[in-house]
Design a protein around this ligand. Structure first.
Ligand code: BTN
Length: 341
């Protein structure tokens, strides 16, 4: 077996292992995707057929390796015409494959199905994966939500975990969730003109129905963060029959499917941009502007405690400030927030 074949075998094994519960992730996995991306780039740049020999020569691999990658791309849903003159790309699937995002390609781990992108990301983080690494799955068999809930993850949605290594004190960590929620709501508003709003602590709603949830896992010392893994689930083209009753999808709201590729790319770019705001007051102001929780009567359910009152503000670390009926102020740091009538 040459080294290209070894990579392919590794990739197949990896896919198998990841659909079971035993997760073994290796950072060399990306090399396979890079090759597919390079082949796609060559095909996209040419209006005519490109021979396997020309591709092999340009990429410095064997023709057999090219043929195997072409076969793999076809399995991924790319329509490729083959003729004696070579290969021609006819159409691409709306999958979030690394080769579709040249600027992010090196950072993405993509899976057709995985238990949870959080599990893969945790393993990669412990192995030293870099800031900005992204784990994407087209579907998840054990998607996880906040408070140990299940996150339904059928095909059509976007499920990914962003690995961040912010150089900030752990006390600022909750602001990372606020930042991501703001970035996603802004992207939905800009791209689709939908009135996405933020429900504390970090749900995104459209018309009081949930379209996106964010789950954060942090590994930190007293004064430094090792990593924060941000799990983001967005109901994009998901049929609502496959979602919970209080959820909606972009497709449902728009009455048509949207390009998951374009949306995902915009979301990642916006998160990267908003990161600069992490320690700035502007972030809180943006959150307040987009909030649907502020000025509502709420019930916050926390382990062993319940707070009822009017949500009047958030503090500098993202805690919700609630004014009780007796006028006293209290802070909720985490928990389930219910909007009361
Ligand atoms: C919530 O309860 O609102 C948070 C939902 C977070 C879901 C995302 S989907 C990608 C990542 N993988 C998971 O298993 N969960 C998060």
């Amino acid at each position: 077996m040459n080294s290209e074949d070894e990579k392919l075998v590794f990739y197949i094994l990896l896919r198998y292992i990841l659909t079971t519960n035993k997760i073994v992730v290796n950072l060399t996995y990306k090399m396979v995707n890079q090759m597919k991306g390079k082949i796609l780039k060559i095909l996209r740049e040419s209006e005519d057929y490109v021979s396997g020999e020309a591709i092999a020569e340009e990429l410095g691999v064997s023709r057999v390796a090219v043929w195997k990658h072409i076969r793999d791309l076809k399995q991924d849903g790319y329509i490729l015409e083959s003729s004696p003159k070579g290969y021609k790309l006819v159409s691409s699937p709306d999958l979030l494959l690394p080769c579709e995002f040249p600027d992010l390609e090196q950072k993405i781990y993509h899976f057709r199905e995985v238990s949870s992108t959080m599990n893969v990301a945790r393993e990669l983080s412990h192995q030293g994966a870099k800031e900005g690494t992204i784990v994407i799955a087209e579907s998840q068999s054990q998607g996880r939500g906040r408070l140990n809930r299940q996150w339904l993850s059928p095909e059509g949605g976007i499920y990914f975990t962003f690995i961040l290594r912010p150089n900030i004190s752990p006390i600022y960590a909750p602001r990372i969730n606020l930042m991501v929620a703001v970035a996603i709501a802004q992207t939905i508003r800009k791209l689709f003109g939908l009135a996405a709003e933020l429900k504390w602590p970090n749900d995104i709603l459209i018309g009081e129905k949930k379209v996106c949830g964010i789950l954060a896992e942090m590994n930190a010392e007293t004064d430094a963060i090792n990593f924060v893994n941000l799990g983001i689930g967005i109901n994009v083209n998901t049929p609502i029959s496959q979602l919970e009753e209080k959820a909606t999808s972009l497709k449902e709201k728009l009455g048509k499917e949207v390009s998951r590729k374009e949306f995902f790319h915009s979301v990642v770019k916006e998160i990267t941009k908003q990161q600069a705001l992490l320690t700035k007051e502007d972030l809180l102001e943006e959150w307040r502007q987009l909030s649907t929780t502020l000025n509502k009567n709420v019930k916050i359910v926390m382990p062993g405690e319940e707070i009822k009152g009017r949500a009047i503000d958030i503090d500098t670390n993202g805690a919700l400030i609630v004014k009780r009926a007796d006028g006293s102020l209290t802070r909720a740091f985490a928990g389930d927030c219910i909007h009361l009538l």
